[in-house]
Design a protein around this ligand. Structure first.
Ligand code: URA
Length: 214
């Protein structure tokens, strides 16, 4: 079975899920965005907001638009390079942070998505997503962002990095050296060069005599 078909089975389970109270107030389950067959990196955000709940797509509101700008600037294709998900699939009322209970009841869907995707790397976008996999719940994203570490999910270990959440960048406009926006640029450049560079991609475009392996 191809990834897309496996993921559709998980999506269907999410769409019928009422394991936590978020299932009572959602308009749409926000399952994922990106092409699972081409994406090599999974990006995990916090939770759907209002626009995401209306559309069923993650990161399409103000924060999502800013994330798109940073990705485009780094030469990362949101549609082809990334598979974007959240720690919970339904919008918490008033955009509050999802509770530990909500996150833990939803975790099975997120870990199934990661298992199926088997990505080259995982990006934790913001503190909520990082803390879902980090033992010290007091961890500060500003201290650990930009550094690679290993994360083990369902017995498989992946390289991982935390980056700032775009909502934080919406409140921090400075482009000075060392500012959150500049650090976001650096982190995305590192992710691009390590896992999404042209040399990685060119493996698919090797020429053997008159044959091109696309
Ligand atoms: N913030 C998130 O963390 N995820 C979304 O999908 C939208 C905003």
């Amino acid at each position: 079975m191809i990834k897309k078909e496996c993921l559709e089975i998980v999506r269907e389970k999410c769409e019928n899920c009422h394991d936590c109270i978020l299932g009572n107030t959602r308009n749409n389950v926000v399952f994922s965005d990106g092409n699972p067959e081409t994406a090599r990196v999974v990006l995990i955000g916090e939770a759907p907001g209002e626009t995401e709940d209306e559309t069923g797509t993650p990161f399409v509101g103000r924060a999502g638009k800013l994330l798109n700008d940073f990705l485009a600037e780094a030469g990362i294709s949101r549609q082809d390079d990334l598979y974007i998900i959240n720690t919970v699939k339904c919008r918490p009322p008033e955009n509050r942070v999802p509770t530990e209970v909500e996150k833990s009841l939803c975790e099975k869907y997120m870990t199934a998505q990661i298992d199926i995707m088997n990505p080259k790397a995982i990006i934790f976008c913001g503190a909520t997503s990082l803390k879902s996999f980090w033992d010290d719940k007091k961890v500060q994203i500003s201290k650990v962002r930009g550094k690679w570490f290993d994360v083990t999910i369902n017995g498989k270990t992946y390289p991982a990095m935390a980056i700032f959440h775009p909502s934080y960048l919406l409140r921090n406009h400075s482009m000075d050296e060392g500012s959150p926006r500049r650090l976001m640029q650096q982190d995305l450049a590192e992710i691009k060069s390590k896992f999404l560079s042209d040399t990685e991609k060119s493996v698919k475009n090797v020429q053997f005599g008159s044959l091109t392996m696309v």
